[in-house]
Design a protein around this ligand. Structure first.
Ligand SMILES: [Cu+2]
Length: 652
């Protein structure tokens, strides 16, 4: 007899489903062949599947298994074992019968790291010199409990020169973001320049748009066209990309694809036209790992003319979620010629909401607050919540969901947006937290991590006009379903193209390559290999988008589509790659629907421009190729794109 157990995605509004504490949620499906009649093994009547922790405690009865396909319950553990036993009945709380099948979750294989990383193990890494500019690099700060003292890694530094913005003491102190209410035909100025900031007690020189953090919040109306005069007063070339906005190709802000990079001292006029209501953002498309990380990002909130595109709430907050690496000397240097942290991206140790470490908001009890969340981080996926406050998910990147839904927490990948309405019905201090299951890649073990990004102070003086009464109802957006009907009909067809996500490495220091041993997990929620990640640059790591049909990679793919066509794109994130991880994939200039994950259909569609593809998953997108031009498709982890993970396609 034999069997396999599939970990099927649990569908929901986000890229992956997790519990409020960040544990993954999977639906288990068993496929078993060759089970004899239970009575042939003894006084048994049935077969039961069980799950245990890796140390074989905390049994959970998953239900009866038979030959063929059996849908079992949900599981919310990363690392577990499965047993199938013959039992006298199906309802027992502990197994007592004979074991017929046993298995281990992919996450439990990570435990093999412990053995691989022991210095006494055969093939254990040896010390290796890798000391370019070693004296100028500072080691990244390690989060509490993170393991980094692997033999041979202590003396490693990235293979490139370090870089920081000039210590310009004349740079102006940055100011908080201002709101620009823009009207059709307006001309705005957007100046990128050096600013000084004090973050968590450290004075640092960073970048800012118009001297602000984040850049100005631009409020506009659908159908409006703005001229944005961008001036580059940075010490390096730059550009502005209007993320999610389906504007004319020549204003998409991609150097060497839609425009020449804007040199220091130069300027460029962007004509930004808003076809769709939604929450968008803007950022440079040059060395995002540096420029975006240093503060060059801002939001655009596009409303529908006349009526509200979303129902009224008591208050609206537009929040950019970010993180940055600070040690006692200030910013950890970046790589001069290529990104550092090219394996997993640059994960900060200080969390920022709208550029500030401790977000604070005061509301009255019974107010409903609408949060427009944008993840502007280089690499981090968040799982955020406001204490136990109930959250209603209403919209994402490019518009409303077909149906609103409840969520206990919001999973948001880099560049994604989610719009959630939150009812604060209890007075007091409500923590705004990111709760994840953090993996130590060195030892293969998980631990709960909670970071507080801010606080909502709910005053006891209740708002008699608050939106509490209407909050209980989940709206069904028939207009969205009607608009999507013609697209939904195309969902069942075969994919037009398949992209495979993979990784190649060369010249890695041996302690680092030791860690890249194909023991992979679907999602990374922390930088669980801080030293190995830091020293790996875009020189040693090449992240790959591969066209499955032709074998062509990244900028050599050259897909062409007809304007107005609807294209089904399958993305397979190869879990056997030496270091697979999740990738948020972004398409410029177009919008898409996420049709399914591992074949499980998505029943609540929404227009997206960025979609999360966990390692091991196959995600089907339906792309509305409505906007002519040459556009990028890339991973929005800044360091992955900096290490090659992008392609361009033409809509003609
Ligand atoms: Cu990526």
């Amino acid at each position: 007899m034999s069997g396999t157990l599939e970990l099927q995605p649990v569908t929901g509004p986000f890229g992956v489903a997790v519990t409020p504490t960040g544990a993954p949620r999977y639906r288990l499906v068993a496929r078993v062949t060759g089970l004899p009649a239970p009575s042939r093994l003894g006084s048994y009547t049935t077969y039961v599947a069980w799950t245990y922790t890796v140390t074989m405690d905390s049994a959970i009865n998953l239900g009866v298994v038979h030959n063929g396909r059996t849908t079992l319950g949900e599981i919310d553990r990363e690392q577990f074992r499965i047993l199938v036993t013959a039992e006298a009945g199906s309802g027992a709380r502990e197994r007592s019968g004979r074991i017929v099948l046993r298995g281990t979750s992919p996450g439990a294989r990570l435990l093999a790291h412990r053995d691989l990383m022991q210095a006494v193990a055969p093939g254990a890494p040896v010390l290796e010199a890798h000391r370019h500019d070693a004296e100028r690099w500072r080691m990244p700060p390690m989060t509490a409990g993170s393991m980094m003292a692997m033999p041979g890694m202590r003396h490693l530094t990235p293979s490139i020169a370090p870089w920081l913005p000039p210590a310009d003491t004349a740079a102006p102190m940055a100011q908080p973001r201002r709101v620009i209410d823009a009207r059709d035909g307006d001309t705005l100025r957007l100046v990128a320049g050096l600013v000084r900031r004090t973050i968590a007690g450290r004075v640092v020189v960073m970048y800012g748009f118009n001297g602000q953090y984040p850049g100005p919040l631009i409020r506009a109306t659908r159908g409006a066209t703005l001229v944005v005069r961008f001036e580059n007063r940075l010490d390096q070339p730059s550009s502005v990309h209007w993320h999610g906005v389906r504007l004319d190709n020549q204003f998409d802000g991609v150097p060497d694809v839609t425009q020449a990079p804007v040199p220091p001292g130069g300027s460029f006029d962007y004509r930004v036209h808003f076809r769709d209501a939604g929450i968008y953002w803007y950022h440079p498309h040059v060395r995002e790992d540096i420029q975006q990380d240093l503060g060059l990002y801002g939001n655009i909130l596009v409303a529908a003319p006349g009526a509200a595109w979303l129902p009224r709430v008591d208050r609206e907050e537009v929040l950019a979620l970010d993180d940055i690496i600070l040690d006692d000397q200030g910013l950890l240097p970046y790589g001069a010629d290529a990104p550092t942290h090219a394996l997993m991206g640059r994960w900060g140790n200080v969390f920022l909401v709208n550029g500030e470490p401790r977000y604070a908001l005061t509301v009255r009890q019974d107010e409903v607050v609408r949060f427009y969340l944008t993840n502007v981080s280089n690499a981090r996926v968040y799982n955020v919540a406001f204490g136990g406050a109930r959250m209603k998910v209403v919209a994402s990147d490019g518009g409303k969901f077909e149906r609103e839904s409840w969520a206990a927490s919001v999973v948001i990948a880099p560049a994604e947006r989610y719009v959630v309405d939150v009812l604060f019905d209890r007075a007091g201090e409500i923590a705004f937290t990111n709760r994840v299951q953090a993996l130590d890649h060195m030892y293969g073990v998980y631990s709960s991590e909670v970071d507080t990004l801010g606080t909502v102070h709910v005053t006891a003086r209740a708002d008699p006009n608050g939106g509490r009464a209407g909050f209980a109802r989940l709206r069904v957006n028939r207009d969205v379903t009607a608009e999507l009907a013609s697209y939904r009909r195309l969902a069942a067809r075969a994919p037009d193209h398949t992209l495979v996500l993979a990784l190649e490495t060369n010249d890695l220091p041996s302690p680092v390559s030791m860690m890249l041993n194909s023991l992979n997990v679907p999602m990374d929620w922390n930088d669980g290999m801080a030293m190995a990640n830091w020293v790996t640059t875009g020189r040693e790591v090449h992240w790959i988008l591969r066209d499955a049909a032709t074998g062509r990679e990244n900028m050599d793919i050259h897909w062409r589509f007809k304007r107005g066509s609807v294209v089904k794109l399958r993305i397979f994130n190869d879990p056997t790659s030496v270091h697979a991880m999740d990738h948020p994939i972004h398409l410029h200039g177009q919008r898409f629907l996420i049709l399914s994950r591992n074949g499980v259909p998505n029943e609540n569609l929404v227009w997206k421009d960025t979609g999360l593809v966990p390692a091991g998953e196959t995600v089907d997108l339906l792309v509305d190729m409505a906007n002519p031009g040459t556009w990028l498709l890339h991973c929005h982890v800044a360091e992955h794109m900096g290490a090659g993970m992008m392609t361009a396609f033409v809509v003609e």
